[in-house]
Design a protein around this ligand. Sequence first.
Ligand code: COA
Length: 315
Amino acid sequence: MRIIGTGSALPKKVVENADLERFLDTSDEWIVTRTGIRSRHVISDERLEDLGRDAAQKALADAGLAPGDIDLFICSNVVNEYMTPGLGCIIAAAVGLQCPSMDINCACPGFIYALDIADSYFRAGKVRNVLVVCAEEPTRMTSWQDRATCVLFGDGAGAAVLTEGEGVRSIRISARPDPEKIWQFRPLEPTPFVTKTEVGLPLQMNGREVFRFAVTASIEDIQAVLAKEGLTVGDVDYFLIHQANLRIVEGIRQRLGVPEEKFPCNIQDHGNSSSASCPILLDEYKRKGLFKKGDKLVFSAFGAGLLTAAALVEW
Ligand code: COA
């Protein structure tokens, strides 16, 4: 398969680090030094499905396809206002899709997990065109009193249209199941029968361990997708790394020994938008005209689960 269209959509409210200083014991200097983030887009009066719809419509327009051309829709999402139906069905209705729709909750590597699922459908000859939308509002998961987590996140949606072809050359998805490093608990409706204690908790995270894991896992994944195709790091034109923390991206870049210009970043004004991060990054730099035909792009993402994934794409 190959990527023939991309799109993205962001909430209009921009929260600067200075806005956070007003109610949190933090500083612009701390946030920029430790994370690289200066501002982030945050959901206010929008609904996440509207961002997902906008990103999908832009990707379809970019691909020159109509909703009726899509044979499979995959929506990547961690949290949204609906328990059911899946966010994908809400977005599908808004876009006018008629094809099967499935939702995956694979946290930050969700875009690459979706690529892997789509790839299997293409290989099985079941589809001609697939739409992937990653729509995330992680700012609704953290406590805004917890300075170690809330400063990190931003909301948004990114989308890609895939069609038959040779562009996506190698994908690796993996898991090192360890739910205690990043998790959140949301109690269900009470019943007359439930006797266990269920307490809602905002996002809990062991930042240091996640940081270390992210750098190590990403390098392993990148080397694995390249090795599968007989390539080395030097053959890659651009690395599109999940925008979790600029220091994580820098750690990966330095260990791989790659110059800065091969690591496009947008975390500075986005923060971490979970699975939307990679497709938003792709869409923004594609629209800036960064990629030319034949360029080799490597995606790498890591997050809750712990899940990780990487993909090698020839543009
Ligand atoms: N402003 C000011 N101080 C802060 C702060 C903030 N927003 N957040 C934490 N601190 C403080 C801590 O309380 C701690 O203070 P102490 O030394 O008095 O206890 C100090 O800063 C250092 O905290 P530490 O957690 O060791 O900092 P760090 O350098 O590891 O950076 C993260 C913290 C969260 C930025 C970093 O660990 C990280 O980005 N981890 C990965 C998280 C991630 O990407 N998660 C999603 C993965 S998809």
